[in-house]
Design a protein around this ligand. Structure first.
Ligand SMILES: CC(C)(COP(=O)(O)OP(=O)(O)OC[C@H]1O[C@@H](n2cnc3c(N)ncnc32)[C@H](O)[C@@H]1O)[C@@H](O)C(=O)NCCC(=O)NCCS
Ligand SMILES: Nc1ncnc2c1ncn2[C@@H]1O[C@H](COP(=O)(O)OP(=O)(O)OP(=O)(O)O)[C@@H](O)[C@H]1O
Length: 202
């Protein structure tokens, strides 16, 4: 039996920080953000659809996707964001499920699906347990502005394009409160896994 954990949160709450812990323990992680970069490589179906929909303004001179330009369009306009999601999400989901099913066939005891938009896209049925990485909204804003070196306005555009982290926390099967140190989060994570019957020896 494979336990499939959906790892989620909201932007800059610490999903990558927690997902790195799993990677270090040798647990397979399926990373939706990473797959979202694969499906927009030049020549891929989603890439062609993005160019047809948004025009060459979202490309660099060499033809590669200009992520900043596309982000500037979609994070301030829900209709544009929906267009992009409709192009990309089916491709991302297909690849995520292929990977998950392969791990299940291989009888991995634990597989993590790191899906930032698990709640927004209602992908609960992909996973057995939903683990939310939470920080208070003021910490989220502070970490995002510092990490991405962006203004509070720009950061809030992205934060507000997602379901509030407080709501996700209330709907989670388990929560890591990542507002303290990384070590404290690691201890919380180990305790949750223990409850789910998974012992991590480090
Ligand atoms: C618009 C794009 C090109 C901007 O790229 P950029 O390198 O600046 O951001 P990156 O992809 O690293 O995403 C960072 C974070 O932004 C948030 N985010 C990304 N896309 C979305 C979206 N469509 N809606 C809400 N939040 C999003 C997520 O929290 C994600 O972890 C990119 O985010 C994208 O292709 N988005 C559409 C695909 C998608 O939904 N990806 C996120 C989950 S799979
Ligand atoms: N416990 C912590 N204490 C201090 N800083 C932290 C902690 N956890 C994460 N950070 C920092 O906060 C920022 C956001 O963390 P991280 O990149 O892991 O979030 P994320 O949820 O994966 O973001 P995204 O949604 O953009 O992929 C990073 O700069 C990271 O180094």
């Amino acid at each position: 039996m494979t336990l499939v954990v959906g790892l989620t949160g909201s932007i800059a709450t610490g999903k990558s920080t927690i997902s790195n812990m799993f990677v270090q323990w040798g647990v397979p992680v399926i990373d939706a953000d990473k797959i979202s970069r694969e499906v927009v490589q030049v020549g891929e179906e989603a890439y062609e659809q993005i160019v047809a929909t948004f025009g060459r303004q979202v490309l660099h001179e060499d033809g590669a996707l200009n992520r900043e330009a596309l982000g500037n369009i979609v994070f301030k306009d829900e209709a544009e964001r929906k267009k992009l999601n409709n192009i990309m999400h089916p491709q991302i989901r297909k690849r995520m499920l292929q990977k998950r099913d392969q791990y299940v066939v291989n009888k991995e005891p634990l597989v993590v699906m790191d899906i930032p938009l698990l709640f927004e896209s209602e992908l609960f049925h992909y996973v057995d347990q939903v683990l939310v990485v939470y920080v208070d909204p003021d910490i989220q804003l502070d970490r995002l502005t510092k990490r991405d070196e962006v203004s509070a306005d720009k950061a809030l555009e992205r934060i507000n394009s997602q379901i509030p982290i407080t709501e996700k926390r209330d709907r989670a099967d388990a929560i890591v409160n990542n507002g303290g140190s990384v070590e404290e989060s690691e201890e919380q994570l180990k305790a949750i896994l223990k409850q789910w019957g998974i012992e991590i020896n480090t």
